[in-house]
Design a protein around this ligand. Structure first.
Ligand SMILES: Cc1ncc(C[n+]2csc(CCOP(=O)(O)OP(=O)(O)O)c2C)c(N)n1
Ligand SMILES: [Mg+2]
Length: 550
């Protein structure tokens, strides 16, 4: 007989969970007790928003559910920020929530929340465990659900008195991810259409992808001679240095890319939903019907036809689809000559554009360009939301799969927790978390978590003394009326030092790279986080653009 809380830990061990992220609570003491002796590492966070974002990032990195444990009521509501990211970013994740005792339901008991109501609209499944004998069944279902079709978050509520039940249940064995694939007919039809097309393009995105998929798609793109675009914040899904990489559909996108996609006679979307940002506020393609041929390949049939009506819809894992496509195309032993609308030149011109920023402080464009020359291909870059991220996305070029972790959901505060999760998982890789001054202050408390767990990441805080993105929108919509977007910031160097890491000021562009290398070295040597406080001034709003040039 074991207590239910310990059984949960044993089930998670069977799922090969490496670590869980939590803020403790008296509602799930039994699980905390089970976590005392286990191979699973427990990362104690400062806020449930940070814990859930770390779990979400773990899900992005591993393709399996990232796990967070939080307490009922305020713990659960705080954790909503990470759950929402997992939902929008289609990331597998399981949030376990301590729940009030079963007998007290419906009395508005202390910290009672109806989780089905609260999380219902932003998760794939919310389930309460009423009987400890069903824990294996329910957690097995949660793992399947979080990873299947369009992956996403699952919430499991654990009533306090269920957790202390003693049971003899066998912990469920490892849950494998189920992959769907294209039928022979699907593939044949797709290949026939793409062969007929004159200037096809492919857009990739979504959350079901892998290193092998990236390589298979490289081969496909070479055989078909076709440009590959990545969706918003999925830039590391394809080698950005490959001859067929054509750029990303992010914010402040290259207008030539939009033109090229609109001119294409056959568009293939693989894995992505093509939501508001990559679709340029749903203007990129006709809705529901586009004026040229559209193929949509998505792991969930429910996503196909949700917004766009494709000519060819294939419910398939993108990983399986590109592998099958490569194998079939290779069997023809023939390459295709397509009119590619000069996409290589368009991309080269875009990345080489002069974006120097005559700012009063650090020129972020030059700083990032110089920095990326010094980094290894497997360096992981994370960020949250804010205009500073446009520099990051515009100027970094990603070579290896999953070296970019960024919220499709546009959530501020994501960079630091995601960076912590990445560094915990990949101890030998360099991890850099970018954050704006506003963004950083949403989860800066987790810098102390990085100290506690010896996480040697480097945080780069881009300080323009404002919520710059919103100032930009004020400027566009209510010019001159800039109240409520200015920030009086702490001294971030002192803040980092006081938490037990090390802060480094950067006031001049010339110092950017050498200070980064110093910080990185310090973090490596001490296994502790460092922070670059980069003062950029406030004139520049976007790469190469001042406010008065908007
Ligand atoms: C959690 C959350 N709250 C609010 C917003 C709205 N928002 C988007 S960008 C932004 C400002 C970001 O400021 P900062 O991090 O300093 O970056 P900057 O734009 O100045 O480069 C705000 C408030 C958001 N996206 N996410
Ligand atoms: Mg700012």
């Amino acid at each position: 007989m074991i207590e239910a809380g310990t059984l949960i830990v044993k089930i998670l061990e069977n799922q090969k969970v490496e670590r869980v992220f939590c803020v403790p609570g008296e509602s799930y003491l039994s699980v905390m007790n089970g976590l005392q002796e286990t191979s699973i590492e427990t990362i104690l966070c400062k806020h449930e928003g940070g814990a859930s974002m770390m779990a979400e990032a773990e899900g992005k990195l591993s393709g399996r559910p990232g796990i967070a444990f939080v307490t009922r009521g305020p713990g659960a509501t705080n954790a909503a920020s990470g759950v929402h990211i997992a939902q929008q970013d289609s990331t597998p994740m399981i949030l376990f929530v301590g729940q009030i005792e079963k007998e007290m339901y419906g009395r508005d008991a202390f910290q009672e929340v109806d989780y089905k109501e609260f999380f219902g609209g932003m998760s794939k499944l919310v389930i309460e465990v009423q009987d400890a004998n069903r824990l294996s069944e329910i957690i097995s279902r949660a793992f399947h659900t979080a990873m299947s079709g369009r992956p996403g978050p699952v919430i499991i509520a654990l009533p306090e008195n269920m957790l202390t039940e003693k049971v003899t249940v066998k912990p469920v064995e490892f849950v494998k991810k189920i992959n769907s694939g294209p039928s022979t007919n699907d593939l044949a039809l797709y290949i026939e259409e793409i062969k007929k097309s004159k200037n096809p393009i492919i857009i990739i995105g979504g959350s079901v992808w892998s290193e092998d998929a990236a390589i298979n798609l490289e081969k496909v793109s070479e055989i078909l001679n076709i440009p590959i675009y990545t969706s918003h914040r999925r830039q590391s899904y394809f080698d950005n240095f490959h001859q067929n990489y054509a750029g990303d559909l992010g914010l402040a996108v290259n207008p030539e890319i939009i033109k090229n996609i609109k001119d294409s006679d056959f568009i293939t979307i693989i894995g992505a939903r093509l939501s508001e940002n990559p679709s340029q506020a749903f203007t990129l393609l006709g809705i529901p019907e586009h004026n040229s041929k559209l193929a949509h390949i998505h792991p969930s049939p429910e996503e196909i036809g949700k917004v766009y009506k494709p000519d060819i819809g294939i419910a398939s894992s993108p990983i399986v689809f590109v592998e099958s496509l490569r194998i079939t195309l290779e069997s023809f032993n023939q390459s295709f000559s397509k009119d590619t609308n000069n996409f290589q030149k368009i991309y080269k011109d875009w990345i080489n554009q002069n974006l120097t920023s005559p700012n009063s402080g650090v020129d972020l464009s030059r700083g990032i360009r110089e920095l990326k020359e010094k980094l290894k291909d497997d360096t992981i870059i994370t960020n949250g939301a804010g205009n500073y991220a446009v520099w990051v996305h515009r100027l970094f070029r990603f070579k290896k799969y999953n070296t970019q972790l960024a919220p499709i959901s546009g959530s501020m505060g994501y960079g630091v927790p995601a960076g912590i999760a990445a560094k915990l998982k990949h101890k030998n890789k360099e991890v850099i978390a970018f954050a704006g001054d506003g963004c950083f202050q949403m989860t800066s408390n987790e810098f102390a978590t990085a100290v506690q767990f010896n996480v040697g990441l480097v945080v780069i805080v881009v300080d323009n003394e404002m919520y710059g993105t919103i100032r930009m929108h004020q400027h566009k919509n209510y010019k001159g009326r800039y109240k409520h977007t200015g920030l009086i910031n702490p001294d971030f160097v002192q803040l980092a030092n006081s938490m037990g890491g090390k802060g480094f000021p950067v006031d001049k562009t010339d110092d950017f790279v050498k200070t980064f290398l110093e910080a990185s070295e310090w973090s490596k040597k001490n296994s502790l986080p460092s922070l670059l406080h980069v003062k950029t001034g406030s004139e520049m709003v976007l790469p190469g653009k001042r406010f008065d040039q908007l």
